[in-house]
Design a protein around this ligand. Structure first.
Ligand SMILES: [Zn+2]
Ligand SMILES: [Zn+2]
Length: 358
């Protein structure tokens, strides 16, 4: 099946309309008509070949929400018309330790939603900037938010689970003090989720201008990270700090804010390494620096259900598919509150020809 999509033919070209092929719906597959797809910073890295091994044409997008438009004969969990999502994972080996532990995100043979090898045409996966996708039932998530919230649910599939998973793994809840570094696409979700879990939440931003918005998101306190006095006032007090910043920076500034046995978790991936932390800052208080990558399918479903129950969605700006290149430029300048989401109905033939929002 041919479907309309938006993607790039090489790393130095703008994204443009193109057609891609989706496989026939196999016995275990769910075919999804995509309504909305979030725009993640990873999309830009991949499509611009800033990360190695980009296959072209590249169609990014791993924050996918839509409606089931077909199911295979073995599918029991979903029916045509159901509201569903697909995140960063569309396949894995299904028999290793990680897969058996519901941690497909750490499977050595995890297949990402775009730019991973697949038997499907053209030989690598292509993502959610497209009209339809066909995914094995195991990797499809159920959405129970009200339908009107669907566009703002999309970013939960990457930004949401990337922050939810470490918050859960390190047992965040009432009585815990949690820091979120960087109030962007990931960080704004981290603040909302940690707040809903009952923690005392401190947002770190380089910009004083984020103070009010971070409080609206659910931060109890806001610290301007370039202000030494404000930072020092929080020394040795945090149980967990989640760092979403993807640019290399001095981690000691945050390590020293952790109390004994506290943890600094990195979820942003810089293209070049952070400067090495001072080992004494780890030794003295038995502190840890860790990383965390998205979440498994079971936990992603748990996150979606938690968000539906607590009325949590992402703060978004809805765009047409043909606005994607402008959106990338704005995202690179952090000029978005806090996530762009594509309205995939603008990928219809009429919409693309007329170049306007229908
Ligand atoms: Zn992402
Ligand atoms: Zn596996």
């Amino acid at each position: 099946m041919k479907v309309n999509a938006y993607g790039a033919y090489s790393g130095d070209r703008f994204l443009e309309p193109l057609q891609i092929t989706r496989r026939d719906t196999g016995p275990d597959d769910v075919q999804i008509s995509i309504d909305y797809c979030g725009v993640c910073h990873s999309d830009i890295h991949q499509v611009r070949a800033e990360w190695e091994g980009t296959q072209f044409p590249c169609v990014p997008g791993h924050e996918i929400v839509g409606r089931v438009s077909g199911v295979g004969t073995n599918v029991t969990k979903y029916q045509v018309g159901d509201l569903v999502g697909v995140g960063c994972i569309v396949d894995s080996c299904q028999h290793c330790d990680e897969c058996d532990s519901d941690l497909e995100n750490y499977c050595d043979n995890m297949v990402g939603t775009y730019n991973f090898p697949t038997q499907d045409e053209p030989g690598w996966t292509q993502g959610g900037y497209s009209q339809k996708i066909v995914v094995h039932e195991r990797y499809v998530l159920r959405i129970s938010h009200p339908e009107a919230q669907l566009p703002a649910v999309a970013p939960l599939l990457c930004a949401g689970i990337t922050t939810y998973s470490p918050l859960r793994h390190w047992n965040v809840g009432p009585g815990k003090k949690v820091g979120i570094v960087g109030i962007g696409g990931l960080g704004h979700m981290g603040v909302k989720l940690a707040h809903a879990m009952g923690a005392h939440v401190v947002a770190f931003s380089t910009s004083e201008s984020k103070r009010n918005t971070a409080k609206v998101l659910g931060a109890d306190e806001v610290v301007v990270s370039t202000n030494a006095d404000q930072m020092a006032a929080h020394a040795k007090t945090f149980d967990l700090i989640i760092n979403t910043v993807a640019a290399p920076h001095n981690l000691d500034a945050y390590l020293t804010l952790l109390k004994r046995d506290g943890t600094l978790t990195l979820v942003g991936a810089p293209a070049t390494p952070h400067p090495s932390p001072e080992v004494f800052n780890l030794i003295f208080k038995r502190r840890s620096i860790t990383g965390s990558m998205i979440g498994g399918i079971k936990e992603t479903q748990e996150m979606l259900d938690f968000c539906a129950e607590h009325d949590i969605v992402s703060d978004i700006e809805l765009i047409r598919a043909d606005e994607i290149n402008t959106a990338y430029e704005r995202l690179l300048k952090s000029d978005v509150k806090y996530r762009f989401v594509i309205d995939n109905s603008t990928l219809s033939a009429t919409s693309l020809i007329q170049g306007k929002y229908l």
